[in-house]
Design a protein around this ligand. Structure first.
Ligand code: BDR
Length: 339
């Protein structure tokens, strides 16, 4: 008969092993749905790996929710795994390579670098694993190096941000652009679209357009604080994604400038829409991350099932401000992602 202290110790040891966190600097989850009815070939359940750029932004929770929804509806297993930060190019490459060696059925990936992830994605395709690229472009050809590109029209989103800020400024004033991260195709395209509109407004003067916020909100806040002398002269500000918008907002609050400068941001997370309602942000250019995750998985599974799929799927972009925030279309976009 085992004595009680030993049993207690054994239980604690077993719990400790079971609770081991994944300490590889990434976060992962796997959800397997009831096995789909197998086809005539008796094929087992498909496993789709979904790899975000990183896992620290709220944005990716919505992408994950959309992917899980598609997995449930299509009867496939979703393995979600991302590096913690969008600056971790080596981490995302390692995750792709791991899923390839695990021989997953398909991969849906948001590349955190347009160049660094090109070869790993091509290698997965060569290994016979269909890859659907979402959110942010990668070097290569859809239909050849990967199956499809599912994303916002990011250049258009940047143009919309520029047009909204120019309208708020009456076409004149000093403007600050805080960029996101070199190599991030999605935000590069938004920044380009924004700057093209600024060029069309001769009354607008760009005080800053070559500084980067970096992959986290705290880095972006520090970068914005380094620009505080420019922020004090600014009439308008544009930021191209969730973390730069949030970091800039925190800096403006710290300097008591929030609400005193016209501010257009990107991505409509709960924190940013709350600031919009408080008048500290004037407009948000919003993507549809739930649809992006859903369509990415759906197109990957359709490819695996021999169906014809589009080379490009535009998941839409919308400008949100206090004139339309209560409209059904915006409320649908802002609704909490399906759990
Ligand atoms: C959003 O901005 C970029 O980091 C990603 O491409 C995504 O569209 C998340 O913050």
């Amino acid at each position: 008969m085992l004595n009680k202290p030993f049993v207690a110790l054994l239980c604690l040891a077993l719990l400790a092993v079971a609770g081991c966190s994944n300490n590889s600097g990434s976060s992962s989850s796997s959800s397997s749905t009831p096995a789909a009815p197998t086809g005539s070939s008796g094929a087992s359940q498909l496993t789709i790996a979904v790899i975000p750029k990183g896992t620290t932004h709220d944005y990716w929770k919505s992408v994950d929710a959309g992917a899980q929804q598609a997995g449930k509806e299509l009867g496939v297993q979703i393995d979600w795994k991302g590096a913690l930060q969008e600056s971790d190019r080596a981490g995302e490459i390692a995750i792709v390579q791991q899923f390839v060696s695990d021989k997953v059925s398909g991969i849906v990936i948001a590349p955190n670098d347009i160049a660094a992830l090109a070869q790993p994605i091509k290698a997965a395709t060569t290994a016979g694993i269909p890859v659907v690229v979402i959110d942010s472009a990668v070097n290569g050809t859809p239909g050849k190096d990967f199956v499809s590109f599912v994303a916002t029209d990011n250049y258009k989103g940047g143009v919309m941000g520029g047009q909204q800020l120019a309208k708020l400024l009456g076409g004149k004033g000093n403007v600050v652009l805080l960029r996101y991260q070199e190599g991030s195709a999605s935000t590069d395209d938004r920044e380009r679209g924004f700057l093209d509109v600024m060029k069309q407004n001769p009354g607008i003067h760009l005080l800053v357009d070559n500084r980067y916020g970096g992959a986290t909100v705290s880095e972006a806040k520090s970068a914005a604080m380094d620009l505080v002398d420019y922020l004090k002269q600014a009439d308008g500000i544009f930021c191209p994604n969730e973390s730069t918008t949030h970091g800039m907002l925190l800096a403006l609050r710290q300097e008591n400038l929030a609400g005193k400068v016209k501010f257009v941001g990107f991505d409509a997370t709960p924190d940013l829409t709350a600031a919009l309602k408080q008048g500290q942000i004037n407009a948000l250019i919003s993507q549809n991350p739930v649809k992006m995750g859903y369509d990415g998985v759906k197109i990957c599974v359709e490819k695996l099932r021999g169906q014809t799929v589009p080379l490009r799927d535009d998941t839409g972009v919308m400008e949100i401000d206090m004139t339309n925030i209560n409209s059904p279309a915006v409320q649908k976009l802002l609704a909490p992602p399906p759990s």
